[in-house]
Write a protein that binds this ligand. Structure first.
Ligand SMILES: Nc1nc2c(ncn2[C@@H]2O[C@H](COP(=O)(O)OP(=O)(O)OP(=O)(O)O)[C@@H](O)[C@H]2O)c(=O)[nH]1
Ligand SMILES: [Mg+2]
Length: 215
C-alpha cells in the first residue's frame, strides 16, 4: 500500500491561460482559487506538494501551507540538462515557457519518492477518493511501466496521474531532442491504464464558457 509518505505531488501552474484570458490558477471556484483547490486535493494524497511555476510571487497570498514552490526557469530549446539537484543544473534561460512537459521535468528533478502524482492546476472537479484509490494501487504496477494514467480515445490523460521518478533521464533525453508532447513521449513506453470511475473529474477548465459551466 502506498502511503502518503511515499508519494510526492507536482502541480503545474505555469501555463499561459490564453484561452481563458486570465490566469486560471487564480480563478475562484466556489470561492476558492483553482490552484488552492487542486493543491488541497494533492495534499490529501501526498505529503510533499511542489507547485512548478515561473511566477511563484503571484500565488504567495493563497492558502498553501504544505506546498513548496519550484520556480521554473525558461530553458533554451537547444539543450536542456536538469540533473538531480538544481545546484548541478545547466540552465540556459530563454524568454518564453516551453510547456507542461518541461515544467514537469523541472519538478521531477526535485522528487525523491518512487512515484509522483502530476496534476494540472485547471481541474476543478478532482475526486480525492479516486486519486487515493489510484495511489493505493501503485505497488501493483508492473516494474516496466513508467507511468500509471487514465486513457481516453485520443490518448493518455497526462496531467492527472502518476509517474515513476526514474523516468527522468528518458524524459530529459526526449526534451533534449526537441520533444514537447506528453503523448509522443508516453507512446514510447509501457504505461499502466488506470480505471476511471468518474470521468468528469478530468474536466478541464480552459475557457470562460468552461468556467461558467461549473459556477
Ligand atoms: N509549469 C508549467 N506549467 C504549464 C506550462 N504550460 C502549461 N502548464 C500547465 O499545464 C496545465 C495545462 O495547461 P493547458 O490548459 O494545456 O494550457 P495553458 O497554457 O494553461 O492555457 P492555454 O494558453 O489556454 O492553452 C495547466 O496546469 C498549466 O498551468 C509551462 O510552461 N510550465
Ligand atoms: Mg487545460
Amino acid at each position: 500500500m502506498t502511503t502518503r509518505s511515499e508519494l510526492t505531488a507536482i502541480v503545474l501552474a505555469g501555463g499561459k491561460s490564453s484561452r481563458m484570458g486570465r490566469d486560471k490558477a487564480l480563478l475562484p471556484v466556489k470561492g476558492v482559487p483553482l490552484l488552492q483547490r487542486v493543491c488541497q486535493s494533492a495534499e490529501s494524497c501526498a505529503n510533499i506538494v511542489y507547485i512548478v511555476t515561473p511566477w511563484p510571487e503571484r500565488y504567495q497570498h493563497l492558502l498553501l501551507p504544505d506546498c513548496q514552490f519550484v520556480k521554473e526557469v525558461f530553458l533554451s530549446s537547444e539543450k536542456v540538462k536538469i540533473q538531480e539537484s538544481t545546484e548541478n543544473s545547466i540552465l540556459l534561460p530563454t524568454s518564453h515557457s516551453e510547456g507542461p512537459l518541461v515544467g514537469f521535468a523541472q519538478g521531477l528533478a526535485k522528487v525523491n519518492t518512487e512515484w509522483v502524482l502530476l496534476l494540472a492546476c485547471d481541474l476543478p472537479r478532482l475526486r480525492v477518493e479516486v486519486l487515493q484509490a489510484w495511489a493505493a494501487g501503485l505497488d501493483n504496477v508492473e516494474g516496466e511501466a513508467i507511468a500509471a494514467l487514465a486513457h481516453h480515445p485520443k490518448g493518455w490523460e497526462p496531467l492527472c496521474g502518476f509517474y515513476r521518478r526514474r523516468c527522468l533521464p528518458q524524459l530529459l533525453e526526449f526534451i533534449n531532442q526537441g520533444g514537447r508532447s506528453f503523448q509522443q513521449w508516453l507512446n514510447q513506453y509501457s504505461v499502466k491504464v488506470l480505471p476511471l470511475p468518474a470521468p468528469e473529474m478530468l474536466f478541464n477548465c480552459n475557457t470562460p464558457e468552461d468556467l461558467a459551466s461549473i459556477q
